[in-house]
Design a protein around this ligand. Sequence first.
Ligand code: XIL
Length: 309
Amino acid sequence: GPPLRALAEKRNFQIGAAVEPSLLLQEPEYARILAQEFNLVVAENVMKWGALQTSRGQYNFALADLLMDFAQKNRMAVRGHTLVWHQQLPRWMYGSFSPAEMEAILREHIQTVVGRYRGRIAYWDVVNEAVGDDAKLRPTPFEVLPDYLEKAFRLAREADPQAKLFYNDYGAEGLGPKSDAIYALLKGLKERGVPLDGVGFQVHVDLGFSPGAVRMAENLERFARLGLEIHITEMDVRLSGPGSRAERLEKQAQVYREVMRVCLGQPRCKAFTLWGFTDAHSWRSASEPLIFDADYKPKPAYLALQQAL
Ligand code: XIL
């Protein structure tokens, strides 16, 4: 059948994958499949704060630039990931800062990073995982600045008025207390005129996940009614669990298919991104969560997405 990318483009839809740019140089097959199958990329790590600004005021853009060049050459959209997150921060961020200093740090970083790629990054995950599993805001070095969340969005808008600005999180795909907390947070931001354009649902799940059981379609619909664009941003499906290997591969395909259908059934859901694409390179390689196997052969999950698209 046709590549996923060709099917997506017919629907004016984006199908994406997270990328480690060093692999683009090391593995021709990695680069080839990526460009053939996807029309959107996101940096799995190289645009995180700890990768970009290892010491204060010193930026390393080499790998991020490599990804941007690859995307441009292959006519792929880019999701920027991520500006404000409590993880993968450099050591120096854990110093003690006054609110004014933290504001300056945030402004400097956002202006430098978002400004560098102005007009070339279609979507930014401005804030990632700010809400904890207890439905409260997580502790983070940013919190010394009480309105850090709102500030981050305003600074990002100033630095690139064209980029669509996202809040991104996991464990909020279905209805539930965490999703309720994120809904209330985003509703409040919209009401206060904060420049927020979209919400990303990560969808790091296992074979037990069922969009029907958690009422994912209803959940997406309430966020859509806030006027937000919706993206599936980091999907992968761990293969571990009972059953034969063939059964588990089929079940994995079914989970991918169901989530894709929910997204395609929601008019505001415009992009579906996987957290990698081959089991050879995944943050959870051992549980083979992706749609190509470690030898770059398409798995049943690949065919399921192809059929759904
Ligand atoms: C993960 C990367 O895949 C790993 O390589 C890294 O060691 C840790 O971060 N939610 C996110 C992503 O928003 O940035 C995380 O990526 C996975 C969970």
